[in-house]
Unconditional design. Structure first.
Ligand code: SUO
Ligand code: CP
Length: 323
């Protein structure tokens, strides 16, 4: 693996999943791989899980790790070329990434969308700029449009809770439903795009997306998914409910007023096949999902977040192998 930016960087998802399960069963077995290697993590936006799980993953592999929160604990970076830098920005991204890639062997980067101009976000202008300037492999820690480390952790989680065994076929496909849920702020489409990109490809999964009209995701990521506008119908017999809010792709970055209540509740979970509840976190309690669900046996959000260690560790492992 050269870089990890989307599902398209994965040659064989089954092999990658099996490697992750092996690594999870013996997390300190590959400490030689990271010896004298450094993983750098650059955040342009806040993080809890991605930051801490990536640090833990690096340490598990015997690698060093540093973290920089751009702007917050470094100089304010200038992103545009040709700017006369006599204003607020103090260092150009060209020097910053040049220097940072001299200080690490893999560079992880988080760049959220601005949710203003769709083309700017969907062309991944900011992420691609960092990637082009980096002289070392790049890992997405969530870009404007995708969050592959999250989706890979979600795949590991669904596999574990479905009784997945390598080389064994399922009698019946596992029903995974991604549901839109309410939120007071406008949020990116990165997590749902990425989840759809991964789960519509998994051959043992029957994948449905449910959302109100107006919240259609880009069809670049949803090919192969069933779209169901009736949330309760979508929940019937589901093995996994994956909740996430996102703002509109069509009316880019907007929140469209909804009449129906899309919060995930215990009543709705009763429609499922005793389904498991998943969310990438952070989650707004009693807005996206009720306390009743999060505090019940349905919820697997903590094991899901735990698997962020193993998705990151597997990706670093695969890249370190090539260095
Ligand atoms: N990295 C996981 C999700 C990050 C982000 N959530 C948020 O910004 C939630 C913040 C809030 O609840 O105000 C998102 O949806 O893409
Ligand atoms: N799920 C996730 O990426 O969490 P953070 O934003 O806290 O890293």
């Amino acid at each position: 693996m050269q870089n990890f930016i989307s599902f398209n960087d994965v040659e064989n998802y089954t092999q990658l999943l099996n490697t992750a399960l092996e690594i999870k069963s013996n997390p300190f077995g590959q400490q030689d791989l990271g010896k004298n290697k450094t993983i750098g993590l650059l955040f342009f936006n806040p993080s809890l899980r991605t930051r801490l799980s990536s640090v833990k993953a690096a340490y598990n592999l015997g690698a060093n790790c540093w973290v920089l929160n751009a702007g917050a604990d470094s100089w304010t970076l200038e992103m545009s070329d040709g700017t006369v830098m006599n204003g607020d920005t103090q260092e150009h991204i060209k020097e910053a990434i040049g220097v940072m890639s001299a200080y690490c062997d893999i560079l992880g980067v988080r760049t959220f969308p601005k949710l203003e101009e769709r083309d700017y976000d969907y062309n991944e202008v900011m992420f691609n700029k960092v990637k082009e300037l980096s002289s070392v492999p790049v890992v997405s820690l969530e870009s404007a449009t995708l969050h592959p480390l999250q989706s890979f952790a979600d795949l590991i989680t669904v596999a574990e809770y479905s009784g997945y065994q390598p080389h064994q076929k399922f009698d019946k496909k596992v029903k995974v439903v991604m549901t839109w849920a309410p939120h007071p702020r406008k949020l990116p489409q990165a997590v749902p795009n990425s989840f759809a990109q991964w789960f519509s490809k998994v051959d043992w999964v029957d994948f449905t997306i449910t959302h109100p009209k107006g919240y259609e995701l880009s069809s670049d990521f949803t090919q192969g998914a069933h779209i169901e506008y009736d949330q309760e119908k979508a929940f019937e017999d589901a093995d996994f409910i994956y909740a996430k809010n996102w703002s509109s792709f069509e009316n880019y970055g907007q929140i469209i007023p909804q009449e129906m209540d899309w919060q995930v509740t215990l009543d709705k979970m009763k429609l499922t096949n005793n389904g498991k509840f998943m969310h990438c976190l952070p989650v707004r309690r009693n807005v996206v999902v009720s306390d009743g669900v999060l505090d019940s046996e349905h919820s697997i959000v903590i094991p899901e977040a735990t698997n962020r260690i193993y998705s990151a560790q597997t990706v670093f492992h695969e890249i370190l192998k090539t260095l």
